[in-house]
Write a protein that binds this ligand. Structure first.
Ligand SMILES: [Zn+2]
Length: 329
Protein backbone atom coordinates (compact mmCIF):
# COMPACT_ATOMS: atom_id res chain seq x y z
CA UNK A 1 0.00 0.00 0.00
CA UNK A 2 1.32 3.38 -1.05
CA UNK A 3 0.86 6.31 1.33
CA UNK A 4 -0.97 9.02 -0.55
CA UNK A 5 -0.79 12.69 0.30
CA UNK A 6 -4.42 13.74 0.73
CA UNK A 7 -6.16 16.35 -1.38
CA UNK A 8 -5.70 18.80 1.47
CA UNK A 9 -1.93 18.54 0.96
CA UNK A 10 -2.32 20.41 -2.34
CA UNK A 11 -5.28 22.46 -1.12
CA UNK A 12 -7.60 21.01 -3.72
CA UNK A 13 -10.96 22.51 -4.45
CA UNK A 14 -13.87 20.11 -3.89
CA UNK A 15 -15.00 18.35 -7.08
CA UNK A 16 -17.98 19.75 -8.93
CA UNK A 17 -20.11 16.65 -9.26
CA UNK A 18 -18.29 13.93 -11.15
CA UNK A 19 -18.63 10.69 -13.10
CA UNK A 20 -18.67 8.35 -10.09
CA UNK A 21 -16.65 5.21 -9.54
CA UNK A 22 -15.28 2.79 -12.10
CA UNK A 23 -17.01 -0.54 -12.75
CA UNK A 24 -14.39 -3.20 -11.91
CA UNK A 25 -15.56 -5.67 -14.56
CA UNK A 26 -14.90 -3.08 -17.29
CA UNK A 27 -11.48 -1.91 -16.14
CA UNK A 28 -8.59 -3.20 -18.26
CA UNK A 29 -5.67 -1.28 -16.82
CA UNK A 30 -4.03 2.05 -16.09
CA UNK A 31 -2.94 4.75 -18.54
CA UNK A 32 0.22 6.74 -17.80
CA UNK A 33 0.18 10.53 -18.40
CA UNK A 34 2.46 13.50 -18.01
CA UNK A 35 1.50 17.18 -17.74
CA UNK A 36 2.60 17.92 -21.30
CA UNK A 37 3.41 21.45 -20.40
CA UNK A 38 6.40 21.60 -22.67
CA UNK A 39 8.43 23.24 -19.95
CA UNK A 40 11.91 21.97 -19.20
CA UNK A 41 11.91 23.32 -15.63
CA UNK A 42 11.45 20.43 -13.23
CA UNK A 43 8.58 20.41 -10.74
CA UNK A 44 10.30 18.77 -7.80
CA UNK A 45 9.63 20.26 -4.37
CA UNK A 46 6.46 19.37 -2.51
CA UNK A 47 5.31 22.99 -2.67
CA UNK A 48 6.01 23.19 -6.41
CA UNK A 49 4.07 19.98 -7.07
CA UNK A 50 1.15 21.15 -4.91
CA UNK A 51 1.07 24.46 -6.78
CA UNK A 52 1.19 22.72 -10.15
CA UNK A 53 -1.65 20.37 -9.17
CA UNK A 54 -3.78 23.39 -8.16
CA UNK A 55 -3.04 24.98 -11.54
CA UNK A 56 -4.02 21.87 -13.50
CA UNK A 57 -7.19 21.49 -11.42
CA UNK A 58 -8.12 25.12 -12.14
CA UNK A 59 -7.44 24.61 -15.85
CA UNK A 60 -9.51 21.41 -16.00
CA UNK A 61 -12.42 22.79 -13.97
CA UNK A 62 -12.57 26.41 -15.11
CA UNK A 63 -11.33 26.24 -18.72
CA UNK A 64 -12.43 22.72 -19.70
CA UNK A 65 -15.51 22.63 -17.48
CA UNK A 66 -14.65 19.23 -16.00
CA UNK A 67 -15.69 18.13 -12.53
CA UNK A 68 -12.17 17.97 -11.06
CA UNK A 69 -8.51 17.57 -12.00
CA UNK A 70 -8.63 14.87 -14.65
CA UNK A 71 -6.29 12.22 -13.15
CA UNK A 72 -6.75 9.72 -10.34
CA UNK A 73 -3.31 9.87 -8.73
CA UNK A 74 -0.10 11.83 -9.32
CA UNK A 75 3.46 10.61 -8.65
CA UNK A 76 6.37 13.05 -8.50
CA UNK A 77 10.12 12.68 -8.96
CA UNK A 78 10.69 12.46 -5.20
CA UNK A 79 8.43 9.40 -5.10
CA UNK A 80 5.50 11.17 -3.43
CA UNK A 81 2.04 9.88 -4.35
CA UNK A 82 -0.79 12.42 -4.40
CA UNK A 83 -4.50 11.65 -4.13
CA UNK A 84 -6.35 13.49 -6.94
CA UNK A 85 -9.71 11.92 -7.84
CA UNK A 86 -8.54 8.67 -6.22
CA UNK A 87 -8.09 5.26 -7.82
CA UNK A 88 -11.77 4.26 -7.57
CA UNK A 89 -13.19 7.34 -9.30
CA UNK A 90 -13.40 7.47 -13.08
CA UNK A 91 -10.88 9.84 -14.62
CA UNK A 92 -11.44 12.43 -17.32
CA UNK A 93 -7.96 12.15 -18.79
CA UNK A 94 -7.88 9.36 -21.35
CA UNK A 95 -9.62 11.00 -24.32
CA UNK A 96 -13.23 9.81 -24.33
CA UNK A 97 -15.84 8.26 -22.07
CA UNK A 98 -15.14 4.71 -23.23
CA UNK A 99 -11.41 4.99 -22.50
CA UNK A 100 -12.15 6.61 -19.16
CA UNK A 101 -14.36 3.66 -18.21
CA UNK A 102 -11.76 1.09 -19.31
CA UNK A 103 -8.62 2.67 -17.86
CA UNK A 104 -7.45 4.50 -14.79
CA UNK A 105 -5.20 7.56 -15.15
CA UNK A 106 -1.88 8.10 -13.36
CA UNK A 107 -0.07 11.42 -13.79
CA UNK A 108 3.73 11.44 -13.68
CA UNK A 109 4.95 14.91 -12.71
CA UNK A 110 7.64 14.75 -15.38
CA UNK A 111 8.68 17.51 -17.78
CA UNK A 112 10.32 17.47 -21.20
CA UNK A 113 13.83 16.03 -21.13
CA UNK A 114 13.51 14.42 -17.71
CA UNK A 115 13.95 10.74 -16.98
CA UNK A 116 11.71 9.22 -14.28
CA UNK A 117 13.71 8.74 -11.08
CA UNK A 118 14.01 5.41 -9.29
CA UNK A 119 11.73 6.86 -6.59
CA UNK A 120 9.08 7.80 -9.15
CA UNK A 121 9.26 4.32 -10.68
CA UNK A 122 9.02 2.56 -7.32
CA UNK A 123 6.04 4.61 -6.17
CA UNK A 124 4.31 4.17 -9.53
CA UNK A 125 4.74 0.40 -9.23
CA UNK A 126 3.13 0.63 -5.81
CA UNK A 127 0.25 2.73 -7.14
CA UNK A 128 -0.35 0.23 -9.94
CA UNK A 129 -0.24 -2.61 -7.41
CA UNK A 130 -2.92 -0.76 -5.43
CA UNK A 131 -4.89 -0.27 -8.64
CA UNK A 132 -4.72 -4.01 -9.36
CA UNK A 133 -5.98 -4.85 -5.88
CA UNK A 134 -9.08 -2.77 -6.58
CA UNK A 135 -9.40 -3.85 -10.22
CA UNK A 136 -7.93 -7.36 -10.51
CA UNK A 137 -8.61 -7.52 -14.26
CA UNK A 138 -7.07 -4.09 -14.86
CA UNK A 139 -3.52 -5.30 -15.35
CA UNK A 140 -2.58 -3.36 -18.51
CA UNK A 141 -0.10 -0.44 -18.22
CA UNK A 142 -0.31 1.74 -21.30
CA UNK A 143 1.05 5.11 -22.36
CA UNK A 144 -1.68 7.62 -23.21
CA UNK A 145 -0.34 7.68 -26.77
CA UNK A 146 -1.24 3.99 -27.19
CA UNK A 147 -4.96 4.44 -26.48
CA UNK A 148 -5.96 7.99 -27.50
CA UNK A 149 -7.63 7.83 -30.93
CA UNK A 150 -6.65 11.42 -31.82
CA UNK A 151 -2.99 10.85 -31.06
CA UNK A 152 -0.81 12.50 -28.44
CA UNK A 153 2.83 12.56 -27.37
CA UNK A 154 1.74 11.98 -23.74
CA UNK A 155 3.46 10.74 -21.58
CA UNK A 156 6.66 11.61 -23.46
CA UNK A 157 9.44 9.40 -24.78
CA UNK A 158 11.15 8.75 -21.42
CA UNK A 159 8.01 7.43 -19.70
CA UNK A 160 7.04 5.49 -22.83
CA UNK A 161 10.42 3.74 -22.79
CA UNK A 162 10.08 3.08 -19.06
CA UNK A 163 6.66 1.45 -19.60
CA UNK A 164 8.14 -0.69 -22.39
CA UNK A 165 10.98 -1.77 -20.10
CA UNK A 166 8.51 -2.77 -17.38
CA UNK A 167 9.80 -0.11 -14.98
CA UNK A 168 6.25 0.53 -13.76
CA UNK A 169 5.21 -3.13 -13.58
CA UNK A 170 4.71 -4.20 -9.98
CA UNK A 171 7.01 -6.86 -8.56
CA UNK A 172 6.16 -9.15 -5.67
CA UNK A 173 7.58 -6.52 -3.31
CA UNK A 174 5.17 -3.94 -4.68
CA UNK A 175 2.20 -6.31 -4.57
CA UNK A 176 2.73 -7.48 -1.00
CA UNK A 177 2.60 -5.28 2.03
CA UNK A 178 5.56 -5.54 4.43
CA UNK A 179 3.29 -7.32 6.89
CA UNK A 180 2.25 -9.84 4.23
CA UNK A 181 5.90 -10.35 3.28
CA UNK A 182 6.82 -11.00 6.90
CA UNK A 183 3.91 -13.38 7.28
CA UNK A 184 5.01 -15.36 4.24
CA UNK A 185 8.58 -15.43 5.48
CA UNK A 186 7.49 -16.70 8.89
CA UNK A 187 5.34 -19.36 7.27
CA UNK A 188 8.19 -20.61 5.06
CA UNK A 189 10.62 -20.65 7.98
CA UNK A 190 8.22 -22.54 10.22
CA UNK A 191 7.48 -25.13 7.55
CA UNK A 192 11.17 -25.58 6.73
CA UNK A 193 12.04 -26.04 10.38
CA UNK A 194 9.25 -28.54 10.94
CA UNK A 195 10.35 -30.50 7.88
CA UNK A 196 13.98 -30.53 9.00
CA UNK A 197 12.90 -31.79 12.40
CA UNK A 198 10.75 -34.49 10.85
CA UNK A 199 13.63 -35.68 8.65
CA UNK A 200 15.94 -35.59 11.64
CA UNK A 201 13.61 -37.77 13.71
CA UNK A 202 12.84 -40.19 10.91
CA UNK A 203 16.49 -40.67 10.02
CA UNK A 204 17.44 -41.17 13.60
CA UNK A 205 14.68 -43.71 14.15
CA UNK A 206 15.69 -45.72 11.08
CA UNK A 207 19.38 -45.48 11.83
CA UNK A 208 18.89 -46.56 15.43
CA UNK A 209 17.02 -49.66 14.36
CA UNK A 210 19.61 -50.60 11.72
CA UNK A 211 22.57 -50.08 13.99
CA UNK A 212 20.91 -51.96 16.80
CA UNK A 213 20.01 -54.92 14.62
CA UNK A 214 23.51 -55.16 13.19
CA UNK A 215 25.17 -54.84 16.57
CA UNK A 216 22.98 -57.55 18.08
CA UNK A 217 23.66 -59.80 15.10
CA UNK A 218 27.37 -59.38 15.59
CA UNK A 219 27.17 -60.04 19.27
CA UNK A 220 25.21 -63.22 18.66
CA UNK A 221 27.61 -64.33 15.97
CA UNK A 222 30.56 -63.79 18.23
CA UNK A 223 28.91 -65.59 21.11
CA UNK A 224 28.13 -68.56 18.97
CA UNK A 225 31.52 -68.80 17.28
CA UNK A 226 33.10 -68.81 20.69
CA UNK A 227 31.60 -72.27 20.86
CA UNK A 228 33.27 -73.00 17.50
CA UNK A 229 29.93 -73.57 15.80
CA UNK A 230 29.49 -71.11 12.95
CA UNK A 231 26.40 -72.92 11.75
CA UNK A 232 24.58 -72.32 14.99
CA UNK A 233 25.69 -68.71 14.95
CA UNK A 234 24.17 -68.28 11.52
CA UNK A 235 20.92 -69.76 12.84
CA UNK A 236 20.94 -67.19 15.58
CA UNK A 237 21.46 -64.43 13.05
CA UNK A 238 18.60 -65.75 10.94
CA UNK A 239 16.38 -65.48 13.97
CA UNK A 240 16.50 -61.75 13.32
CA UNK A 241 14.79 -62.17 9.96
CA UNK A 242 11.31 -60.67 9.59
CA UNK A 243 8.31 -62.77 10.56
CA UNK A 244 7.26 -63.27 6.97
CA UNK A 245 10.75 -64.50 5.95
CA UNK A 246 10.37 -68.12 4.92
CA UNK A 247 11.98 -70.51 5.65
CA UNK A 248 13.25 -69.34 8.97
CA UNK A 249 15.47 -71.68 10.98
CA UNK A 250 14.54 -72.29 14.54
CA UNK A 251 16.73 -70.17 16.77
CA UNK A 252 18.96 -71.96 19.19
CA UNK A 253 18.70 -70.99 22.80
CA UNK A 254 21.74 -69.17 23.96
CA UNK A 255 22.84 -66.25 25.97
CA UNK A 256 21.82 -62.97 24.39
CA UNK A 257 23.77 -59.76 24.78
CA UNK A 258 22.08 -57.22 26.94
CA UNK A 259 22.18 -53.76 25.41
CA UNK A 260 21.78 -52.23 28.83
CA UNK A 261 25.17 -53.63 29.79
CA UNK A 262 26.67 -53.01 26.37
CA UNK A 263 26.44 -49.25 26.00
CA UNK A 264 28.05 -49.22 22.57
CA UNK A 265 24.93 -50.93 21.21
CA UNK A 266 23.07 -47.68 21.73
CA UNK A 267 23.44 -44.75 19.39
CA UNK A 268 25.07 -41.72 20.89
CA UNK A 269 22.81 -38.75 21.44
CA UNK A 270 22.48 -36.74 18.22
CA UNK A 271 23.60 -33.23 17.83
CA UNK A 272 20.84 -31.14 19.29
CA UNK A 273 18.53 -29.36 16.87
CA UNK A 274 18.95 -25.63 17.18
CA UNK A 275 15.39 -24.90 18.25
CA UNK A 276 13.47 -28.03 19.21
CA UNK A 277 14.54 -30.82 21.59
CA UNK A 278 14.37 -34.24 19.94
CA UNK A 279 15.74 -36.49 22.66
CA UNK A 280 12.40 -36.92 24.42
CA UNK A 281 10.85 -38.67 21.44
CA UNK A 282 13.98 -40.33 20.14
CA UNK A 283 15.05 -41.91 23.42
CA UNK A 284 12.42 -44.71 23.58
CA UNK A 285 13.63 -46.05 20.23
CA UNK A 286 17.04 -46.77 21.69
CA UNK A 287 15.64 -49.28 24.18
CA UNK A 288 16.03 -52.53 22.25
CA UNK A 289 13.07 -54.86 22.26
CA UNK A 290 15.28 -57.75 21.12
CA UNK A 291 16.88 -58.00 24.54
CA UNK A 292 14.39 -60.69 25.55
CA UNK A 293 16.50 -63.80 26.15
CA UNK A 294 14.34 -66.19 24.12
CA UNK A 295 14.88 -64.12 20.94
CA UNK A 296 11.36 -64.72 19.70
CA UNK A 297 11.01 -61.87 17.25
CA UNK A 298 7.34 -62.03 16.41
CA UNK A 299 5.06 -59.80 18.42
CA UNK A 300 7.74 -57.37 19.46
CA UNK A 301 9.92 -57.92 16.44
CA UNK A 302 8.43 -55.10 14.41
CA UNK A 303 11.47 -52.91 14.80
CA UNK A 304 13.90 -55.16 12.88
CA UNK A 305 11.18 -56.02 10.33
CA UNK A 306 10.72 -52.32 9.60
CA UNK A 307 14.38 -51.81 8.92
CA UNK A 308 14.42 -52.38 5.23
CA UNK A 309 18.23 -52.32 4.87
CA UNK A 310 18.60 -55.30 7.19
CA UNK A 311 15.84 -57.33 5.59
CA UNK A 312 16.97 -56.48 2.08
CA UNK A 313 20.49 -57.46 2.98
CA UNK A 314 19.53 -61.02 3.78
CA UNK A 315 20.75 -63.47 1.15
CA UNK A 316 18.40 -65.96 -0.40
CA UNK A 317 17.72 -69.14 1.50
CA UNK A 318 20.50 -71.69 1.19
CA UNK A 319 23.23 -69.22 0.33
CA UNK A 320 26.09 -68.75 2.72
CA UNK A 321 25.62 -65.50 4.59
CA UNK A 322 28.26 -62.88 4.16
CA UNK A 323 30.31 -62.21 7.27
CA UNK A 324 28.87 -59.34 9.17
CA UNK A 325 30.82 -56.13 8.88
CA UNK A 326 32.65 -54.79 11.83
CA UNK A 327 30.50 -52.43 13.87
CA UNK A 328 31.14 -48.81 13.18
CA UNK A 329 32.05 -46.72 16.16
ZN1 LIG B 1 -2.13 12.09 -21.20
Amino acid sequence: MVRYLPRSAWRARPPNGGPGTLTPSRVQGAVIHWPGTGTTTGIHSQAAVASALRGWQKFHMDDRGWSDIAYQVAVDQAGRAWALRGLRVQSGANGNADLNERYGAILLVLVTGEQPTAAMKATTRGVIADFRRIFPRGTAIRPHSAVRPDGTDCPGPAARAAIARGDFTPTSEDVMTPAQMQELKNFIEARSQAYALWVHKALRRDLSAVVQAYALDIKKYEAQTDAADAQRAAVAVWAMAPDDFDPKPTPEPGSEPDPETEPYLLLPDPDPMPTVATTAEAAPDTAPEESAPDAEPDADGSAPADTAPVAAGQPESGADPEPNPAPQQ
